[in-house]
Design a protein around this ligand. Structure first.
Ligand SMILES: [Zn+2]
Ligand SMILES: [Zn+2]
Length: 376
């Protein structure tokens, strides 16, 4: 009987403690490398809730993003398009307000935004880092864009070819906005769609490249895996704050993660690739090959294909897939194992422009064979 009493005592006293320590939710982190002076943040600047044409309550957007490892989001309900207004009355900015406490408890940066939704053309534009959404509710499109800029917002052109390239053309109205610096970026990818023309325009016109989910339905993913993740923007910030994100967006320090592709300006994508790949000292050097570990430090698989003819004294390199957050063991054929090996590849899923992949070199250090003395 005493034993039973003791058991019940332990149960009653420990059970609440066990409940307190059980995790409320689980987050699967996103791993991409930082760059010297910059930290990487995974961001999604385009999504909807029941306060426009989405089907979820605003707090759900926070839960989804946190669970999938994102660091910052903007809830951007349509200003003009409010199909649920009989049940959820128009209340601009309310979705942001409702999501704020959830964002705080999840340590997720929540940026106030809205989608300015006139007809196409001129198309839809997102304004993020707004202070007040209401003044943007005007039938005059350019007035809404001007108002967003007066609030210090970052404005970008969404899914420009959503209704076809012919309707997503660069028109006088876009040129007017561009000349006034009233929009600073474009979506190169939106959800499952990629826009090569927007990609090219971003390069030519120095606009910031963005990739966003534009989710309307619940996003049921538990993680952001290489083979299945929402479209997002990797932002390289000096500081992990809303102001830090805005500064990085204005400076164009972004890489778009869309399906199996990473897209960005070469000056950013090249150091990013070099930070993702870690080539190590070979484990074995034989007369005909070196065996070496190569690590992929990023969340995306990296696909390398041989580029051009190999150096005269080396045999052709082979195609390689480096799985996300993994180390592979490679056997690289050589004719002189003491020499450094530098096979050249094309990183097939690192795009520096539409259809243009990043050229890279794997660098495997050389070393004299045991017993062989250096000439110096
Ligand atoms: Zn839209
Ligand atoms: Zn949208």
């Amino acid at each position: 009987m005493n034993k039973l009493r003791a058991f019940l005592f332990v149960l009653v006293t420990l059970l609440p403690a066990l409940c307190w320590t059980a995790p409320l939710e689980v987050r699967r982190d996103i791993h991409f490398p930082n760059l010297p002076g910059y930290q990487v943040m995974a961001c999604d600047f385009h999504m909807h809730t029941v306060f426009s044409d989405g089907t979820v309550w605003p707090t759900i957007r926070v839960n989804e993003a946190w669970r999938q490892g994102l660091h910052a989001i903007a809830v951007t309900d349509h200003i003009e398009y409010q199909p649920h207004k009989a049940d959820v009355p128009t209340n601009h900015g309310r979705s942001h307000t409702l999501a704020e406490s959830a964002a705080k408890s999840h340590n997720l940066i929540l940026i106030k935004g809205a989608e300015i939704t006139p007809d196409t053309p001129p198309g839809h534009f997102n304004a993020v880092f707004l202070s007040d959404v209401k003044p943007l509710d005007t039938p005059e499109f350019l007035r809404a864009i001007e108002q967003a800029n007066q609030q210090g917002a970052f404005v970008f052109w969404n899914h420009h070819a959503w209704k076809g390239e012919e309707k997503g053309r660069w028109l006088d109205v876009h040129q007017t906005m561009y000349d006034k610096k009233w929009f600073q970026g474009m979506e190169v990818a939106n959800g499952d769609e990629y826009y090569p023309t927007a990609h090219q325009w971003c390069l030519e016109k120095k606009l910031t490249m963005l990739g966003n989910s534009d989710i309307h339905e619940p996003d049921l993913r538990k993680e952001s895996a290489s083979e299945d993740h929402r479209t997002m923007t990797l932002v390289f910030v000096k500081e992990r704050t809303p102001a830090g994100i805005k500064e990085a967006l204005l400076a164009g320090r972004t890489i778009v993660w869309f399906k199996d592709q990473l897209m960005g300006r070469e000056e950013l994508l090249r150091p990013f690739f070099n930070a993702c790949i870690e080539g190590r000292e070979p484990n074995v050097r034989s007369k005909s090959a070196v065996v070496v570990e190569v690590r992929n430090n990023c969340q995306a698989d990296i696909c390398l294909e041989p580029a051009g003819p190999p150096p005269a004294d080396q045999l052709p390199p082979r195609p390689i897939v480096l799985p996300a957050n993994s180390t592979v063991l490679l056997r690289i054929p050589v004719t002189d194992p003491a020499k450094p090996v530098a096979p050249k590849y094309t990183a097939k899923n690192f795009l520096v422009g539409p259809g243009k992949c990043l050229s890279v070199t794997l660098k495997i250090p050389g070393q004299p064979l045991p017993g062989k003395k250096s000439g110096k």
